[in-house]
Design a binder for this molecule. Structure first.
Ligand SMILES: N[C@@H](CCC(=O)N[C@@H](CS)C(=O)NCC(=O)O)C(=O)O
Length: 211
């Protein structure tokens, strides 16, 4: 199987890179330089017309959307048990949290980091403020869930959803109220950051903050 990851350090490609390492999947990493807007180059737009990372090529077939890629990688390696069996209550909870990440947190983050997109530069401040509120409300909800049902999103068993959530927690590190201000989330993040694969993806991407 040939696997190529298009990414950029510290972005949504991080969870894919992290899972490739966690699962021991041989891959080639092609990091795009956002300062040079390489994600909008004609060559890359031919791979992902959205001009965003990540894009994963498996035997030449393109897959985008970090949560979808995370789920597919977990399915490719059932032995790692990062995805519960189809049809079980745990699988349902797994969908729930993956989609919570993709439907609730990711759009709010997009508004936070690209605040001019929804309604132009003139409305950026109000968009950003609303995004902050949405993200903080999400942390409150997830923290409450982990307090009652943790230590991972599905309880005792770590899953690919925890990897996605950890990446999203990290994105809040420079926000007014970072995710790890909620003690249950801080404890969760600590467990995830202690995984050797997290240390390794940090090393490979040259990251030093939020350790
Ligand atoms: N929902 C997408 C989000 C992808 C996304 O927004 N990626 C950002 C980096 S975190 C990006 O490529 N930004 C570059 C741009 O929009 O020009 C996913 O999870 O893969």
């Amino acid at each position: 199987m040939s696997v190529v990851l298009y990414g950029s350090p510290s972005t949504a490609s991080l969870v894919v890179h992290w899972l490739l390492i966690e699962l021991g999947i041989a891959h080639e990493l092609r990091q795009l330089d956002f300062d040079k807007r390489e994600q909008k180059s004609p060559e890359y737009l031919a791979i992902n017309p959205q001009g965003r990372v990540p894009a994963l090529l498996i035997d030449g077939k393109v897959l985008t959307e970090s949560a979808a890629i995370a789920m597919h990688l977990a399915d490719l390696h059932p032995g790692a048990k990062l995805a519960p069996d189809v049809g079980t209550p745990a699988r349902a909870a797994y969908y729930r949290w993956m989609f919570f990440c993709a439907y609730t947190l990711m759009p709010a983050y997009r508004s936070w980091f690209y605040a001019d997109e929804p309604a132009g530069e003139a409305n950026s401040a109000v968009v950003k403020e609303r995004a902050r509120q949405q993200i903080e409300a999400a942390w409150l909800q997830v923290a409450g869930h982990l307090e009652g049902h943790g230590p991972y999103l599905l309880g005792a068993q770590v899953s690919a959803a925890d990897f996605v959530l950890t990446m999203l927690m990290r994105w809040s590190r420079n926000m007014p109220r970072p995710s790890d201000r909620w003690p249950a989330l801080a404890a969760f993040a600590r467990r995830m950051k202690d995984r050797p694969s997290f240390v390794e993806v940090y090393r490979r991407e040259g990251l030093t903050d939020w350790t």
